[in-house]
Ligand binder design. Structure first.
Ligand SMILES: Cc1cc2nc3c(=O)[nH]c(=O)nc-3n(C[C@H](O)[C@H](O)[C@H](O)COP(=O)(O)OP(=O)(O)OC[C@H]3O[C@@H](n4cnc5c(N)ncnc54)[C@H](O)[C@@H]3O)c2cc1C
Ligand code: FES
Length: 263
């Protein structure tokens, strides 16, 4: 993996064309977009800020599920939750849109000799899938998913659900994660905030990819801030922008106790 430090912080606004857009179980979708040579700049943890419809002023952020520099494509895995994702779900091959990419700071490499544990919640699977594909070293991948399995992953993956499903651990994915911890565990996680808080309580180092509602996607509006620890400030923390300072942060950087809204 070649992600330390972020290789190139420049943002581009290419036209992209839908290669395919597949409907998946559980209200999910898998979309491949042709973005040309920009696919080579995509790293695990980067997101795209995607224009979902001319009628929607604000683009929507989506982590990259994968990127293929040889074919000039990037993949997204999305859950249909509102207007923007409903528009996306209706796109067919050949549809054109614009996006900002590669946005945000990507994951960095784990310490040597670490036992790598990836913990995904719902659509938070996307950036960890890309990371797993690029890691080039052994890892354990856990995915907490409450619906029918949206897609089979191209590597071994253990599933967790709170409801009873055959072949799944029943409970929170973080409870399953607790069974895999070793002295050398290094964590990567992405999912809903309560899951990420539980990941933080596992007491191991690692990195989280945070999600917040976004507006501009390039650091111009402060719509996307999260409380991040900063020993250089008198309070010990300050708001940082997810879109440019994140979405990836070290686990112990996130000041959950200072979030303005309850999680
Ligand atoms: C860096 C980043 C990466 C993301 N990656 C993915 C991804 O790979 N796949 C995916 O399915 N989703 C991802 N999201 C969340 C995705 O951006 C939202 O689901 C999407 O913007 C919703 O748009 P909408 O117009 O369909 O819904 P809206 O009508 O805007 O909202 C519908 C519902 O979704 C909630 N919502 C909206 N935005 C977010 C958000 N950012 N985080 C959590 N809840 C939200 C709203 O509160 C509301 O309940 C990511 C978000 C960020 C910030
Ligand atoms: S979305 Fe505007 S600063 Fe992050």
């Amino acid at each position: 993996m070649t992600t330390m430090p972020d290789p190139d912080r420049r943002l581009y606004r290419p036209q992209a064309e839908v290669v395919f857009n597949q409907s998946l179980p559980g209200g999910h979708g898998w979309m491949r977009l042709a973005v040309g040579e920009l696919a080579a700049k995509a790293q695990p943890g980067h997101f795209v800020h995607l224009q979902c419809a001319p009628s929607l002023t604000l683009p929507r952020p989506f982590s990259l599920l994968d990127a293929d520099p040889d074919n000039g494509t990037v993949d997204l895995f999305y859950r249909i939750v509102g207007q923007g994702t409903a528009f996306m779900a209706a796109w067919r091959a050949g549809e054109r849109t614009t996006l900002l990419m590669p946005a945000g700071r990507c994951f960095t490499t784990p310490p040597p000799g670490a036992d790598i544990l990836l913990i995904a919640g719902g659509a938070g699977m996307a950036p960890l899938h890309f990371l797993a594909r690029r890691l080039g070293m052994p890892f354990t991948f856990l995915w907490g998913i409450e619906t029918e399995l949206p897609m089979a992953l191209p590597f071994a993956c253990q599933l967790a659900s709170r409801a009873a499903f055959p072949d799944r651990f029943q409970g929170f994915v973080t409870e399953l994660a607790a069974r895999h911890l070793t002295r050398n565990t290094y964590l990567y996680a992405c999912g809903p905030h309560p899951m990420l808080q539980a990941v933080s309580r596992l007491g191991h180092p690692g990195q989280l990819s945070l999600e917040e509602r976004m507006a501009c996607g390039f650091g111009g509006c402060a719509a996307c801030v999260a409380p991040i620890r900063d020993p250089a400030t008198t309070s010990g923390w300050q708001y940082r922008k997810i879109c440019t300072d994140g979405p990836v942060f070290a686990i112990d950087e996130v000041a959950w106790e200072h979030y303005a809204h309850p999680h």
